[in-house]
Ligand binder design. Structure first.
Ligand code: C2O
Length: 594
């Protein structure tokens, strides 16, 4: 059993986060290191937060996580009489009865910046104004005009003029006004760069990416941004345009954002990719020299993989469970991973800006008006998945009851819940339909039967943990073979790549192929291409590493590769950017209920 040693430094707290497969195992210790320490490979990592990074100009004198408030989840569990059982460091899981939702942050304790890249351009803080009135639970208006979000590339001149006027008005507000563009952009920064600590678990930050909070947080964020813009021009029907990057006709930066004198413009974008450059939804940090037709084809396959192949369960599509007391970043869902993250990096200016600002780094992404149209399309994908592809949202209370804090269009500070954002129509907005060409973009089947059995590739245990400084191929065992249609309908076979440790401040991409060569050749439009991993840079000071996981659905892929009867499959991980800074601890096949 672990022993907990208590520190006396008031402002130096150590905490740990664990690999996705082990329980949270917070420890307090006194080593004054700023750096991540490896205790045991792939088990527990320890990191420090110190006063050094606390901003003297922040909203609170109680800003840095202090030891007295450092009551971690384990201690809470133990403190209530062992009701939920006792966890140990060897990896026993804590009974899930204790799972509670991550709560809206206590804004008076917002401390920012703590997790910023070097040379980040943050003059003061990303914390919102402290509310002068009591925060209330937000009620969705019962009536009101429907707001119809249209594809940005099809927006009328009249609409563009309206959006420009609204955003100019927003930009003209005093930066301290909760409706100002500065404050709207800062919302992203505070929720993504360790501005907030978890209520009751101050040693853990709130991170709205890389987990099941991704879709609902961004839906609420856009909801208020849109309502505020409408209020500023006195038009309650104002609706955000969506960047229709999943359709060939929308695969460039939309023109409405490209006029340098417009309020919709942002100078911090990669000029190499201005229109007519076709977006690369698999973007790995550099131009791949593909023709437009090749890019479009790969883009549509990437969409198919994220929306269909890798979207058969709630967690595969929406991201991994993340509850109160958990370390952040348990794992992105398919849509957040690709194309959402590569789109950020493709737009951001990684040529002239130190950290790929604005879109290419979490702290600055909200400063580009294009961000909100990018996320409108991400949100639209959630609607399509649910309403047209049969996707099912989580039903866990720990998801439904999760809450966030925003200022509404009337400047009231409000608490909003995930459970209230599950129906876009009830929220008063809808998407003007646009064709979904990717539904027909499944790569053609091609048999690889017998390939893995004949291969001399090593097995997982002989290779992992591994540093991805080059392509790595392993044989992965399957415990269930030749499943019936019924069994496959019940359970998705999931490739779980665990303990992915990345340098938090780097853009990282790797791709995953099944039953392919050691160095997979050709494009990402073949049946062996299963999906990939993308990590957007997010922080540097309090921790140099982020540990997360990737899950990919195999049912359809193995059928297409004629590999359903095989005991093993060959998996190749190919780093495309960030190689050498990625360690991966495990790879295995699990079966999850659909
Ligand atoms: Cu909050 Cu696209 O990131």
């Amino acid at each position: 059993m672990a022993s907990f040693t208590t520190l006396t430094f008031p402002c130096l707290a150590a905490f740990s986060s664990s690999s996705p497969n082990s329980p949270n195992s917070p420890l307090f210790f006194s080593a004054p290191s700023q750096f991540l320490l490896r205790k045991k490979p792939n088990q527990t990592r320890l990191r420090l937060i110190s006063c050094r990074s606390a901003n003297p100009n922040n909203n609170s004198d109680d800003n840095a996580p202090s030891l007295s408030r450092n009551i971690d989840r384990r201690n809470v569990l133990l403190g209530i009489g062992g009701l939920y059982g006792v966890a140990n460091l060897a990896g026993t899981t804590i009974a899930s009865a204790a799972d509670t939702a991550i709560q809206a942050p206590d804004v008076t304790k917002c401390h920012y910046p703590t997790d910023l890249p070097d040379n980040a351009d943050v003059p003061d803080t990303c914390c919102p104004p402290v509310p002068a009135v009591t925060i209330s639970d937000y009620q969705l208006p019962a009536d009101g005009a429907m707001r119809t979000r249209v594809p940005a590339h099809l927006a009328s001149d009249e609409f563009i003029a309206k959006y420009e006027a609204a955003l100019s008005a927003m930009r003209n507000l005093d930066p301290s006004h909760p409706h100002s563009f500065t404050q709207q952009a800062n919302i992203h920064c505070a929720y993504c760069n360790a501005g907030y600590q978890q209520v009751d678990f101050p040693s853990e930050v709130i991170q709205v990416h890389n987990s099941w909070l991704f879709f609902p947080f961004h839906r609420w964020y856009l909801y208020f941004y849109e309502k505020i813009l409408g209020k500023l021009i006195n038009d309650p029907t104002f609706a955000l345009p969506y960047w229709n990057w999943d359709n060939e006709s929308g695969m460039t930066m939309p023109n409405m954002f490209m006029t340098s004198t417009s309020s919709l413009y942002d100078a911090n974008r990669n000029a190499n990719y201005f229109p007519p450059a076709i977006i690369d939804l698999n973007y790995a940090g550099s131009d791949r020299g593909l023709t437009d037709d090749e890019l479009i084809k790969e883009n549509l396959v990437a969409m198919y993989r994220s929306m269909v192949t890798n979207a058969t369960t709630s967690d595969l599509f929406m991201g991994q469970k993340y509850v109160a007391g958990d370390a952040p970043d348990p794992g992105q869902g398919s849509m957040e991973n690709i194309p959402h993250t590569p789109v950020h990096r493709w737009v951001g200016d990684s040529v002239n800006q130190p950290n790929g600002e604005d879109m290419g780094n979490f702290y600055s992404a909200g400063r580009d008006p294009l961000f909100y149209s990018h996320h409108a399309n991400v949100d639209r994908m959630w609607v399509i998945w649910q309403q047209q592809l049969g996707g099912k949202n989580f039903t866990d209370d720990a998801w439904l009851d999760a809450s966030f804090l925003f200022y509404d269009e009337n400047e009231n500070p409000v608490r909003v819940y995930v459970k209230d954002c599950l129906d876009n129509a009830k929220m008063g907005y809808e998407y003007q339909p646009s064709a979904l060409p990717w539904t027909n973009s499944k790569p053609a089947a091609s048999s690889t039967a017998g390939l893995a059995a004949a291969s001399t590739a090593l097995s997982v245990a002989d290779v992992f943990p591994v540093t991805l400084d080059k392509a790595v191929q392993v044989k992965v065992a399957r415990s269930k073979t030749s499943r019936t249609e019924d069994e496959k309908g019940q359970e998705e076979e999931v490739l779980v790549i665990g303990g992915i440790e990345v340098s938090a401040d780097q853009y990282v991409r790797f791709d995953v192929y099944v039953n392919d060569d050691e160095q997979p050749a050709g494009g990402k439009d073949k049946p062996q291409y299963v999906g990939g991993f993308a990590h957007l840079p997010q922080k540097q000071q309090s921790s140099t590493k982020t540990t997360t996981s990737l899950r990919l659905g195999l049912n359809e892929v193995l059928a297409d590769l004629g590999a359903e009867d095989e005991d093993t499959i060959l998996v190749t991980l190919v780093p495309t950017v960030g190689g050498g800074v990625v360690n991966v601890s495990s790879i295995a096949i699990e079966y999850s209920a659909k």
